[in-house]
Ligand binder design. Structure first.
Ligand code: HEC
Ligand code: HEC
Length: 100
């Protein structure tokens, strides 16, 4: 039941991605237990998946600094990810349980 609720909670985000200039809003992800590194706990709906871009298209991620500190080098991150492609995600977000 909890899973179903979570999916419902995030559906609106993914269905209106095109019209939202500030991109995907998953809150300040540094507040989760391992920070940027994904854990099963903070990534229940995408855990053990490698096809990140299906759910997180490049055009909607890394668009806004949600740490409220304003210190994230978002442009550098966007450029880096664009150059390195889907293989780059693990560098900052961990292996998403894929190696387990
Ligand atoms: C099936 C869709 C799906 C796939 C595939 C997916 N994700 Fe996610 N991701 C989500 C959803 C939904 C959330 C919001 C949290 C949740 O419900 O799991 C999320 C949250 C996140 C977050 C924020 C986590 C936090 O701490 O709040 C990051 C970072 C992320 N995903 C990165 C990735 C990376 C990197 C990959 C590939 C290795 C990936 N995702 C694959 C659906 C997906
Ligand atoms: C150079 C490090 C770095 C790389 C590489 C990277 N990310 Fe991120 N990612 C971040 C940071 C930092 C944040 C936190 C952004 C914020 O709080 O505004 C973030 C946030 C996210 C989020 C949460 C939503 C958002 O936009 O804030 C998702 C989803 C995500 N990344 C997916 C990915 C995927 C998919 C890849 C691979 C294509 C990837 N990231 C590669 C550093 C990186």
């Amino acid at each position: 039941m909890k899973k179903v609720l979570l999916v419902l909670l995030f559906l609106p985000i993914f269905s209106c991605v095109g019209g939202d200039d500030s991109g995907q809003d998953l809150g300040n992800i540094f507040e989760s237990s391992e920070g940027l590194i994904l854990t099963e706990e903070d990534h229940p709906d995408g855990w053990k998946r490698e096809d990140c871009l299906i759910c997180h298209p490049l055009s909607v991620i890394h668009q806004e600094d949600r740490t409220e500190l304003g210190i994230l080098p978002l442009e550098d991150i966007q450029e880096f990810v664009l150059q390195e492609g889907p293989e780059s995600c693990v560098i900052c977000h961990g292996d998403n349980g894929v190696g387990e």
